[in-house]
Ligand binder design. Structure first.
Ligand SMILES: [Zn+2]
Length: 294
């Protein structure tokens, strides 16, 4: 997906942070943050899992605006700018669809970062912290997606990852994130449904993204291509439970994975994309997590 060269992305809610000292970050892949999220939902201390710094909000002094990212051309060139531009689109979309919900912001970090959910290292992958209502991502995850997980690392798959995390922010507002705490284990669990709904929300945004506008009222994005969609779906496939377990066997504990199968993730993304309607994303009340075609 390509940004229009002259699009104004100056208002994008992305900062660069990190370098947070103190706690010892514990790795272990995406499962670590899923576990942390589950613990948070249960009212535990996520800092205990992520290692130090639990409950501390990120220090704004450490976070810098991405001043160098001002136009769509910058977004097409540089991954940080692409995240900033994607936030402009996501904020515009969700302000229209859910005007009562607060917007969120994303912090891009390298190494480790202090968050409201504890100190996180790059190894946890992108995540949303409901405590400080902020998205965190190390864009190095994208090269991991490309290399380690086999996705094509396309621009749109990067945007999809951010849109998925924004979906968790919307769920924090709707209460869906809380709903998952009653039911965290198993293929039909609330936790899996929350993940699949975030994919569906990402799809609903994608279906409308070319209609989103910058601060000047100009369209942000060129139309999506078939390659864009395939890129996003390959990312969804690469981060599905079955795929991760297959490729990282021995390093993860399968029961901590709560994102659903690759096929389910694609199914719900496409349901959101084709309908362009987040109301079609009621995975939580679906008879089954396989009912994306219903
Ligand atoms: Zn998620």
């Amino acid at each position: 997906m390509t940004f229009r060269e002259n699009a104004n992305i100056g208002s994008g809610a992305v900062r660069r942070g990190g370098g947070g000292g103190g706690g010892l970050a514990v790795g272990g892949g995406i499962g670590t943050i899923l576990l942390a999220l589950v613990v948070m939902l249960f009212g535990g201390d996520p800092g205990a899992i992520l290692g130090g710094g639990g409950g501390q909000a990120p220090s704004s002094a450490q976070n810098v605006e991405l001043e160098e990212c001002q136009t769509g051309a910058d977004a097409n060139e540089d991954v940080d700018c692409r995240m900033k531009a994607t936030m402009v689109s996501l904020v515009d979309y969700w302000e229209q669809v859910a005007p009562e919900a607060d917007t969120t912001e994303a912090i891009i970090f390298t190494g480790q970062v202090n968050t409201g959910c504890g100190t996180a290292s790059s190894q946890v992958g992108p995540f949303y912290c409901p405590v400080d209502r902020t998205i965190y991502l190390d864009t190095g995850f994208f090269s991991q997606l490309e290399g380690q997980l086999g996705a094509d690392g396309g621009n749109f798959s990067q945007m999809y990852v951010l849109a998925h995390e924004y979906g968790h922010h919307i769920q924090n507002w709707t209460g869906a994130l809380r709903a998952s705490q009653q039911d965290q284990q198993g293929p039909e669990s609330g936790a899996v449904r929350v993940e699949l709904q975030a994919d569906c929300f990402a799809g609903a945004w994608a279906g409308n993204a070319t209609r989103t506008r910058d601060a000047d009222g100009n369209l942000l994005l060129e139309p999506l291509s078939r390659e864009d969609i395939e890129s996003a779906l390959s990312a969804a496939a690469a981060v599905g439970d079955d795929s991760i377990q297959e490729r990282m066997q021995g390093q993860v504990t399968p029961h901590t994975w709560t994102h659903g199968s690759s096929e389910q993730r694609m199914g719900w993304f496409m349901r959101g994309y084709e309908s362009g309607d987040p109301n079609q994303c009621d995975v939580l009340n679906a008879g089954s997590v396989d009912d994306y075609d219903a």
